[in-house]
Ligand binder design. Structure first.
Ligand code: NAP
Length: 277
């Protein structure tokens, strides 16, 4: 499954919508990125997101904060962006440092600017099937499945991983589309036998090549959200591809869809805010 190609089209659509908005309102969508400290991976992620924003005609405003910042200062900074009408979306890069109450900082993001889908409001809205922004990686996964016409209703999806930003919401979105969902995690017994029952496998673990071809039911659809050192996913691609009907590569599968979803949600947020909705 070609995430790079689909992401390119989603970004092109977002760029066209941003240009249309600029023409109608003389305002560009603006994403505020907040980075605490200088963790090299986080610096790279934020830079990549800013670069993609620029390509799509989305302004980004970067707020770099020292690693020594405390919870209340970070909450105040994020709350200030929530109240600033020239900012339409907010991305607080995780992790923010162990001494900070990250949840409190995320909750300072106004729900209508939560384009990364990290607040409790967004998570609950997704659970209740109400409108709201979804966590970007699971949102991107659903978009890929739809693009390839994967039937979800009544099919057995096995999600390996249950993090709040990835595994858990991916399972919730699949459930909302009437898949029968099984979650696996570090306490799951006999992981292989669980995965072998899956029509749709979503790997969201963070363990390089944990899932082998022998675990894949012939004809299953395999989504590999893992991204590990050395550009490897959670699935052993070659052996799994031999049995799967569809599979995402790493890189070039889920990764580009995450950023594309972020940009699309930022333009959507700006459109709604500028329309006064
Ligand atoms: P995380 O918070 O560390 O969660 C990992 C999950 O995997 C946990 O639920 C954990 O179970 C489970 N797990 C760990 N070892 C396991 C095992 N041996 N068998 C079964 N389950 C196991 O990680 P995350 O943030 O969700 O990220 C997961 C992966 O996705 C990483 O490789 C990350 O880089 C990648 N990722 C990619 C994107 C993207 O844009 N492509 C975005 C986000 C994350 P417990 O809950 O029991 O601990």
């Amino acid at each position: 499954m070609d995430g790079t190609g689909l992401a390119r089209r989603i970004v092109a659509d977002a760029a066209a919508a941003a240009a249309d908005l600029r023409e109608r309102t003389s305002t560009s969508p603006c994403l505020a990125t907040v980075l605490v400290g200088e963790d090299p991976a986080s610096v790279t992620y934020v830079r990549m997101k800013q670069r993609r924003c620029a390509q799509a005609g989305i302004t980004s405003r970067h707020v770099a904060l020292p690693a020594s910042i405390g919870t209340s200062e970070l909450v105040d900074t994020v709350a200030g962006l929530s109240e600033d009408p020239s900012v339409h979306g907010i991305l607080l890069q995780h992790p923010v440092g162990r001494h900070i109450d990250e949840r409190a900082a995320f909750e300072a993001i106004a729900p209508h600017k939560d384009v990364d889908g990290v607040t409790m409001h967004s998570f609950a809205a997704m659970g209740f099937g109400e409108p709201g922004f979804v966590s970007c990686t699971p949102g991107g996964i659903m978009r890929l499945l739809d693009e390839y016409g994967v039937e979800l209703a009544g099919r057995h999806a096995v999600v390996i991983g249950r993090s709040a930003i990835l595994g858990k919401p991916a399972g919730m979105l699949l459930l909302a589309r009437n898949a029968t969902v099984t979650y696996c995690h570090s306490h799951t017994r006999d992981l292989s036998s669980m995965i072998r029952q899956a029509d749709i496998v979503v790997a969201a673990v963070g363990r390089p090549r944990l899932i082998k071809g022998d675990d894949i039911k012939p004809g299953a659809v395999v989504i590999d959200a893992g991204y590990n050192a050395g550009n490897v996913g959670d699935v052993d691609f070659d052996s799994a591809a031999a049995r799967a009907s569809l599979i995402t590569p790493v890189p070039g599968g889920v990764g580009p869809m995450t950023i594309a979803t972020l940009l699309a949600q930022t333009v959507e947020a700006a459109t709604r805010q500028l329309a006064g909705a």
